[in-house]
Design a protein around this ligand. Structure first.
Ligand code: RIB
Ligand code: CA
Length: 311
């Protein structure tokens, strides 16, 4: 087993599923979590920043938390507090932060770490991609210094925020388009795979039975997801952001294909749609590893095992 830790930054908008992804990353033996950069998304930047500090405090891990964008590059601010609660963590009992927010803006931290690691740094992005958009605009050579971006976002043929668009992409389509056309290798964990990476009540019961504060918090966030997603005819709670983190940790659990992806930014009813060209005659140069499937049983085992480390 490769014991060398890989440098990673998690860019997120916690957010209940971002919080679980952060718990997975914080104690992952494979990762050197260099920083957590936060963005407005599910809830406002003040809440997402504080929530990242609170979840790291719950994890017993201190790494720099760097605040970024309080809204998209263009267009209106979009939130999802109806899913995540007004504070972004369903008002669940999570510790107050044990350490302060970093003074360094998210985009500067992304670039500084990318340069420091000389191309080895990976970014796992589980929120709107505004911080990466700003970093790309401010530092034109950033693509030379990022190994890859594993993102939760998009879908091949449906949406959750609109009929055409998934939340993270819809919240900032222009930033997403900048990421897909940046030349940085992108792995896209969209709704196609996250709706297959779901946890049932029985799966959540097993996590809850771990009996730690971290597992109980994770289970509580997932439990609300089961009811919420029954309307999508998904037989459990889709683990959107944990899916991206698990891909970064155990890609062998997943199936993917290499294809071109672009983002519709001007459509009156399709703004924020990820257009994925896996089969057309256009034969555009692939820029993305599109994740299409997951071994759900193995995914559940991996989630459970990685949350068990807090025991
Ligand atoms: O569409 C799901 C995504 O939107 C997840 O990242 C969730 O946290 C929300 O940000
Ligand atoms: Ca998120």
């Amino acid at each position: 087993m490769n014991t060398e830790k890989r440098p990673v930054i998690l860019d997120c908008d916690p957010g209940i599923d971002d919080a679980v992804a952060l718990l997975l990353a914080a104690r992952a033996p494979e990762l050197d979590l260099r920083a957590v950069t936060v963005v407005a998304g599910n809830v406002g930047l003040a809440h997402t920043s504080r929530n990242a500090l609170r979840v790291l405090t719950l994890a017993g891990v201190e790494v720099p938390v760097c605040a970024g964008a309080s809204g998209p590059l263009f267009g209106p601010v979009v939130t999802a507090d109806e899913v995540h609660g007004a504070d972004g963590l369903l008002g669940l009992p999570v510790p107050e932060p044990a350490f302060p927010l970093s003074e360094e803006p998210a985009w500067d931290a992304l670039y500084r770490e990318a340069r420091a690691w000389g191309g080895a740094l990976e970014v796992v992005a589980t929120g709107p991609l505004t911080n990466l958009g700003v970093a790309l605009a401010k530092y034109s050579d950033l693509p030379r210094y990022l190994r890859r971006i594993v993102l939760m976002g998009g879908a091949t043929d449906f949406g959750n925020t609109t009929p055409a668009a998934e939340f993270n992409i819809y919240a900032d389509p222009e930033a997403a388009e900048m990421v897909f056309r940046s030349g940085i290798p992108v792995v896209m964990c969209g709704l196609d795979v996250t709706h297959k990476a779901y946890l049932t009540h029985a799966d959540i019961d097993r996590i809850e039975a771990l009996g730690t504060p971290q597992a109980s918090f994770a289970a509580a966030t997932m439990r609300c997801g089961v009811e919420w997603h029954e309307k999508f005819l998904v037989p459990g709670a889709p683990m959107h952001d944990p899916c991206a983190m698990l891909y970064a940790l155990e890609p062998e659990l997943f199936t993917s294909l290499h294809c071109w992806v672009g983002v519709e930014c001007r459509g009156a009813i399709t703004r924020g749609r990820t257009v994925t060209d896996a089969y057309s005659d256009a034969k555009r140069d692939p820029n993305t590893e599109l994740v299409t499937d997951v071994d759900r049983a193995a995914f559940v085992e991996a989630m459970t095992a990685r949350l068990a480390v807090y025991g």
